[in-house]
Design a protein around this ligand. Structure first.
Ligand SMILES: NC(=O)c1ccc[n+]([C@@H]2O[C@H](COP(=O)([O-])OP(=O)(O)OC[C@H]3O[C@@H](n4cnc5c(N)ncnc54)[C@H](OP(=O)(O)O)[C@@H]3O)[C@@H](O)[C@H]2O)c1
Length: 245
């Protein structure tokens, strides 16, 4: 009998690590990112580290990442029950500064790799019929207009639309939802949080004050669980109220 896992991309990042901590407390996790060393270090901090696996891959190669995942699952006699796509490239620049190589990389990592992974996980030959939930980490940037955020916001808006379509196509076996975090401190937002003026503005415009990666991971854990059994195709905003002000 194949062992089932939660696959977490971006597991070496701030939000991804918090998701791994949540999900590894009650099940087996496959941690994905580019650096084996970083992933192994995170795995070693999980309870029962031997129960979890590490899959190192570059999701910028979106067309081939699914085949690589299929052979990884085959090699480990594993199947994916829950897929959480946390991997993401964040980049802010004005329209005149667009670099197409960077733009394609962003869409490959943020959007196309998720589609290819889901495509493979939906194939009986690759994953049996194990898949139950898909949770895509989007952003409130997909709903709020901010100068310089156009490509990033478009990539996250694509995830929101993807979740709605797939929620219908894959029902009733698989639930598909997006989580839209507001700004929380991680590697990719460190500069923002280090700027006192920006930080003060963020605090002032967030009714519940600043949140943490744990607040995002709690929402993911809920969506993955059976407590969310009647929730699909939704955009769940976790931002301390930032987007309603
Ligand atoms: N932090 C926020 O305020 C915030 C707000 C809204 C939405 N989000 C979204 O939340 C998700 C996680 O963000 P974070 O703040 O935790 O970011 P982070 O700490 O910078 O982590 C980013 C993760 O994405 C992975 N990644 C980047 N490029 C990759 C590639 N080419 N192939 C494979 N993996 C790659 C990184 O892996 P490596 O270790 O290999 O680099 C890392 O695990 C992202 O989708 C982000 O857009 C974040």
């Amino acid at each position: 009998m194949r062992q089932t896992y939660s696959l977490v991309t971006g597991a070496s990042g701030g939000i991804g690590q918090a998701v791994v901590r949540e999900l590894s407390a009650s099940g087996r996790v496959i941690l994905s990112g580019r650096s084996i060393d970083r992933l192994e270090a995170i795995r070693s901090e999980c309870g029962s580290p031997e129960g979890h696996l590490v899959w190192a891959t570059d999701l910028a190669d979106s067309a081939t990442c699914g085949v690589a995942l299929a052979s990884f699952l085959n090699e480990h006699d594993a199947a994916i029950e829950h897929f959480v796509h946390c991997a993401g490239v964040f980049d802010v620049r004005l329209l005149r500064m667009i670099d197409w190589d960077d733009a394609y990389r962003m869409f490959n990592v943020n959007v196309f790799s998720a589609i290819e992974i889901i495509r493979q996980l939906s194939r009986k030959r690759v994953n049996g019929q194990a898949l139950r939930t898909i949770t895509l980490i989007s952003s409130i940037a997909s709903r709020i207009g901010t100068p310089g955020y156009h490509l990033y916001a478009a990539s996250k808006g694509a995830l929101n639309a993807l979740a709605r379509s797939l929620a219908v196509e894959l029902a009733p076996e698989v639930r598909v939802n997006c989580v839209l975090p507001g700004g929380v401190e991680t590697e990719s937002t460190r500069a923002m949080f280090a700027n006192e003026e920006t930080l003060a503005r963020m605090k002032a415009s967030t009714p519940l004050g600043l949140g943490t990666v744990g607040d995002i991971a709690s929402a993911v854990a809920f969506l993955v669980s059976d407590k969310a059994r009647w929730i699909t195709g939704q955009e769940i905003v976790i931002d301390g109220g930032r987007s309603i002000v």
